[in-house]
Design a protein around this ligand. Structure first.
Ligand SMILES: Cc1cc2nc3c(=O)[nH]c(=O)nc-3n(C[C@H](O)[C@H](O)[C@H](O)COP(=O)(O)OP(=O)(O)OC[C@H]3O[C@@H](n4cnc5c(N)ncnc54)[C@H](O)[C@@H]3O)c2cc1C
Length: 280
C-alpha cells in the first residue's frame, strides 16, 4: 500500500513539463488527478521514478465553445464538466463518474490517456467523433478518437507527449441518452451504453452514434446497431430491433461482476434505453 520511492517535479509551463518527461526517460510519468496512477503505484503495478505534476501548467483547464463544438482542457475535472450542462451527453456522463472526491480530482485528460475501457468518457469521445490534441517536443498533433484507443490501457498518445485538449464537434440537433449498469451507485460501469440520435423531419433516424463502455479491451461503437437504425422510423420497434445488434463484434471481458454473456445482454438492454432517451 506504500508506493516505491520516486522524484517529483511541478513544472510551471508545458515546455518545462515536456523537458522533464524527456530527462526522466521511460520511467517518468505525468501526474494529473492521480486517481488512476496513485492506486497503481500503491499496488506497485506502476513504479515510476519521476512524477511530472501537470497541476502547475497554465492553460490546461477550462471548457469553451469553438465552431459550435467544444474545446476542453486536459486538466479539466469531471466535476467541472458535470457542471457545464450545455455539454449535453458529456456533462450527463461526468455526473455518473464515481463520487464527488474522484470527480473533483480526476481529469478528462487523465481518463483518456489512461485508456481504461471501463472509464465513462472514452466511448463518449467515440460517439461524438471527437479528437484530442497532444504536444511533444517536436510539435503538436491531433488524434481522432477512432485512432486513439489501441488496446487495454494503451492509447496513441506517445511516451514523451502531453495530451493538452479534448475536442468535441458540434452535435446540435442530436438527442442523447446514457445508461450505466453497476452493482452500487458510484461504482465503475459493468457495462454502459451512450447514444446520440438525430431525427429527420419525417421522423426517421437521420444519424445515430452508439458508444459502448467495458465491452472489449477498448471502448467501442456499436456499428451494427447504428446501421440497423439509420433511415428507419424512430419508434419502439425499430429501436428494439436495432438494440438487439448492440453486442455484435464485441468481446466483453468476464470478471467477478459478470460473465461475457451477461455483459452482452446488458449491452442490448442499455442500448435500447439509451436510444429511447435520445429519440424522445
Ligand atoms: C474509487 C475510484 C472510482 C472511480 N470510478 C470511476 C468511474 O466510475 N468512471 C470513470 O470513468 N472513472 C472512474 N475512476 C477513475 C477516475 O475517473 C480518474 O480520474 C481517471 O481515470 C484518471 O484521471 P486522473 O486525472 O486521475 O489521471 P492520473 O491518475 O493522474 O493519470 C492516469 C494516467 O494518465 C497519464 N496522464 C494523465 N494526464 C495526462 C495528460 N494530460 N497527457 C498524457 N498522459 C496523461 C498519467 O501519466 C497516468 O499514466 C475512479 C477512480 C477511483 C479512485
Amino acid at each position: 500500500m506504500i508506493p516505491a520511492e520516486f522524484d517529483y517535479v511541478r513544472p510551471g509551463s508545458l515546455d518545462e513539463a515536456l523537458a522533464a518527461l524527456r530527462d526522466g526517460g521511460e520511467d517518468a510519468k505525468l501526474l494529473a488527478g492521480g486517481h488512476s496512477l496513485l492506486p497503481l503505484m500503491k499496488l506497485r503495478m506502476a513504479v515510476p521514478t519521476l512524477l511530472v505534476d501537470l497541476g502547475g501548467v497554465p492553460g490546461l483547464k477550462g471548457i469553451e465553445r469553438a465552431n459550435g463544438g467544444w474545446r476542453i482542457g486536459a486538466m479539466t475535472s469531471h466535476a467541472a464538466m458535470a457542471r457545464e450542462s450545455d455539454l449535453g451527453l458529456a456533462a450527463k456522463v461526468a455526473h455518473t463518474i464515481a463520487d464527488p472526491q474522484v470527480r473533483h480530482r480526476g481529469t478528462i485528460g487523465g481518463s483518456i490517456a489512461h485508456g481504461d475501457p471501463a472509464s465513462d468518457q472514452l466511448a463518449i469521445l467515440l460517439a461524438y467523433e471527437g479528437s484530442v490534441i497532444v504536444r511533444g517536443e517536436s510539435g503538436e498533433r491531433e488524434i481522432a478518437a477512432a485512432e486513439l484507443f489501441q488496446d487495454y490501457l494503451t492509447t496513441a498518445v506517445g511516451e514523451g507527449e502531453v495530451l493538452t485538449e479534448v475536442r468535441l464537434p458540434a452535435v446540435d440537433g442530436y438527442g442523447f441518452g446514457y445508461h450505466k449498469f453497476n452493482r452500487r451507485q458510484e461504482d465503475w460501469a459493468m457495462v454502459a451504453a451512450s447514444a446520440l440520435v438525430k431525427k429527420a423531419a419525417d421522423g426517421t433516424c437521420e444519424d445515430v452514434r452508439i458508444g459502448l463502455t467495458h465491452m472489449s479491451s477498448v471502448p467501442l461503437r456499436a456499428t451494427a446497431a447504428e446501421q440497423a437504425l439509420r433511415g428507419r422510423p424512430l419508434d419502439a420497434s425499430s429501436i428494439a430491433a436495432a438494440a438487439e445488434q448492440a453486442a455484435e463484434g464485441t468481446e466483453p471481458p468476464a470478471d467477478l461482476n459478470a460473465s461475457a454473456d451477461y455483459k452482452r445482454h446488458l449491452a442490448r438492454v442499455l442500448t435500447k434505453r439509451a436510444l429511447a432517451d435520445a429519440s424522445a
